[in-house]
Write a protein that binds this ligand. Structure first.
Ligand SMILES: Cc1cc2nc3c(=O)[nH]c(=O)nc-3n(C[C@H](O)[C@H](O)[C@H](O)COP(=O)(O)O)c2cc1C
Length: 170
């Protein structure tokens, strides 16, 4: 197997601009878990499928590896702090956020650009991650723009659009 410098590989992957999501689920006892993820991809319209790739290093990995449902929250422009909380904060992440606490559902955050509630369709082992594929049971989108991420930095589609308007209309 080819061995690359993982840091260099991660940096090369990171030139691909993405959005930012927080993937959530509930442990068997109902405890909410979640992590920031930019590995989100839409997969199929019929049936409606999406995927995200949880790393085996996640403290919540045992939950995601066995969950029967999960939610993908697509963060909106301005939700950088929420993204950082679910990427780095070691305490009670959900106490830092506004979210809908329905004991039957994975957490959905307020103010997101879109969210997708999924049942687990397939889990495919993939090296140090797994591919978690979900079938969309319900979704909602708002008028908010999604938050962007590239080269380890957030970017705002709002400012990109403003720059475009400036370029076209001066
Ligand atoms: C923008 C961004 C995207 C990320 N994408 C992923 C991802 O797709 N899969 C993953 O396993 N970790 C991803 N991470 C890292 C996890 O969010 C981070 O390791 C995790 O929240 C740590 O949680 P833990 O302390 O509960 O283990 C990403 C981090 C950031 C900042």
């Amino acid at each position: 197997m080819t061995q690359f410098d993982p840091k260099a590989l991660r940096q090369a992957f990171s030139v691909f601009p993405t959005g930012v999501t927080i993937v959530t689920a509930r442990a068997d006892d109902g405890t909410p878990v979640g992590f920031t993820a930019n590995s989100f991809t839409s997969v199929s319209l019929d049936p409606p499928l999406l995927l995200v790739c949880p790393g085996r290093y996640l403290s919540s990995f045992p939950v995601f590896e066995t969950c029967s449902r999960f939610a993908v929250n697509v963060l909106a422009d301005g939700q950088e702090a929420l993204s950082d909380t679910f990427a780095r904060f070691g305490g009670d992440r959900f106490a830092q956020a506004a979210w809908t606490d329905d004991p039957d559902l994975p957490p959905v955050f307020h103010g997101v650009a879109a969210h997708f509630l999924c049942t687990t369709h397939q889990i495919i082992p993939a090296g140090d991650h797994v591919v978690l594929m979900g079938e969309v049971e319900a979704f909602e989108r708002s008028e908010r723009l999604g938050l962007g991420f590239a080269e380890q930095n957030y970017f705002s589609l709002g400012s990109v659009n403003a720059a475009e308007r400036e370029r076209h209309y001066g």
